[in-house]
Write a protein that binds this ligand. Structure first.
Ligand SMILES: O=C(O)C1=C[C@@H](OP(=O)(O)O)[C@@H](O)[C@H](O)C1
Ligand SMILES: C=C(OP(=O)(O)O)C(=O)O
Length: 442
């Protein structure tokens, strides 16, 4: 993992009035880490193009290499060739997963299905992010997974259990959808041994549903079709086995797109992002609809989105909103900062998962928006934001959360000076974010 942060310890944002231009998006984090794992578990070699290069994908790549998977650089810088092994060649490894939920959760499930001697750990915050619901499900199957520190959290030790997939397993879906995603992705590794279908039942409410849809879509491209009954039961067929599709093009990241689409909505525009559009398999493209309800004009093609809007620096306002953001938890942070420019109080509902992500995002967002002069009320699962009557200059803490840094860049359209602390934390998913941002605003 590169620690070469291209940014200084803090960044004083230039006050800006307008935004326009076109951005070719970096690859989707969620798709990149899924297809890296799927390719590693598939028969054959997969050429992955458009892969994201950031902390989250680097920890996944390093883990796969440590597990004995052959990964070669492709002909282009954003291309790798992954040669799959249906089992990981290395039976022992210590794997550092940074703060990447999309790496540690699916890998834990895959390693537990195979058995071996593995340790998975991460940065201190990763050791505060829950994984107990996944571990419970894996143990129910007979896998061996032990906590090395606090019960319910990484670091984890995976041992040699004997997962038995002939009975259904239950997993809770209310804390993170990544636990269900992890079980789905890993199931074909053990289902072959049983000669029977394997059922996963979801207990309680499932959050962040579009990410599960993305998992199913990508599994299909690798030859495994999962049958389902709504969101409560998923059946992986007997004999399921991953086969390389040969080539996979990773879409641009729809969550990263949200910052630029927001720039078009508050800086006049037009701002166009390329790499995601109408044909995307990422739920966060629905953020374009959120912008529409705030008054922005949105156009979409198969693989691009363009926004135009008002100029908030000239005193224009976005329309206030009150909405359920459970389906787009990541892009929802962008909406929270846009509330600074709304014509009335705004509310984000059903976002409890924010509390267990890179930081407690409800608390972090409340703290930093308040510094700028907004009135913010938080509940366990919602945030109400009244735009500032009088803006105040602020040093914005980013809480080691890439999205805090990226979405607060939108505060530069306000009348007060804004300093972003530790802007380098964007390296989790978008190492060059502030350069791209700088190319769009004036
Ligand atoms: O499966 C995925 O790729 C993701 C699922 C979401 O997490 P939750 O299911 O924990 O909300 C999202 O916030 C995360 O950035 C990526
Ligand atoms: C929640 C996020 O990441 P993770 O994949 O680590 O859960 C995120 O990127 O906003």
């Amino acid at each position: 993992m590169s620690n070469a942060h291209p940014y200084p310890p803090h960044l004083d944002l230039a006050r800006v009035r307008s935004a326009h231009g076109t951005v070719a998006l970096p690859g989707s984090k969620s798709i990149s880490n899924r297809v890296l794992l799927l390719s590693a578990l598939a028969e054959g070699t997969t050429r992955l193009s458009g892969l994201l290069d950031s902390d989250d994908t680097r920890v996944m790549l390093a883990a796969l290499r440590a597990l004995g998977i052959e990964v070669e650089q492709g002909a282009r810088p954003d291309e790798v060739l992954v040669t799959g092994a249906q089992r990981f060649p290395q039976q022992r490894a210590d794997l550092f997963m940074g703060n990447a939920g999309t790496a540690i959760r699916p890998l834990t499930a895959a390693l537990a299905m195979m058995g071996g001697q593995y340790v998975l750990s991460g940065v201190p915050r990763m050791h505060e992010r829950p994984i107990g619901d996944l571990v419970d499900a894996l143990r129910m199957l007979g896998a061996r997974v032990d906590y090395q520190g606090r019960e319910g959290y990484p670091p984890l030790a995976v041992g040699c259990g004997r997962p038995d997939l002939s009975r259904p397993v239950c997993v809770k879906g209310s804390v993170s959808s990544q636990f269900l995603t992890a079980l789905l992705l890993a199931a074909p590794l053990a289902v072959q041994a049983t000669g029977q279908d394997f059922a996963i039942e979801v207990e309680g409410e499932l959050i962040s549903k579009p990410y599960v849809e993305m998992t199913l879509n990508l599994m299909r491209r690798y030859g495994v079709s999962v049958a389902r009954e709504g969101w409560s039961r998923f059946v992986v067929p007997a004999g399921a086995r991953y086969r390389s599709p040969g080539h996979m093009l990773v879409e641009g990241d729809a969550s990263s797109a949200s910052y630029f689409l927001a720039l078009g909505a508050i800086g006049g525009g037009p701002v166009r992002v390329t790499g995601v559009g109408r044909d995307s398999i990422q739920g966060d493209v629905a953020f374009a609809e959120t912008l529409r309800t705030m008054g922005a004009e949105v156009e979409m093609g198969p693989d691009w989105i363009e926004t135009r809007g008002v100029q908030v620096a000239e005193g224009a306002r976005l329309k206030a909103f009150d909405a359920d953001f459970n389906l787009i938890p990541d892009a929802a942070m962008t909406a929270a900062v846009l509330a600074l420019y709304a014509d009335g109080p705004c509310r984000l509902r059903n976002i409890a998962s924010w509390r267990v992500k890179e930081t407690d995002r409800i608390h972090a967002m409340q703290t930093e928006l308040a510094k700028l002069g907004a009135t913010v009320e938080a509940t366990p699962d919602s945030l109400s934001i009244t735009p500032p009557a009088a803006w105040r200059a602020a040093e914005i803490g980013t809480w080691d959360d890439h999205r805090m840094a990226m979405c607060f860049s939108l505060a530069a359209f306000g009348p007060a000076a804004v300093r972003i602390l530790d802007p380098g934390c964007v390296s989790k998913t978008f190492p060059t974010y502030f350069d791209v941002y700088g190319g769009l605003v004036a």
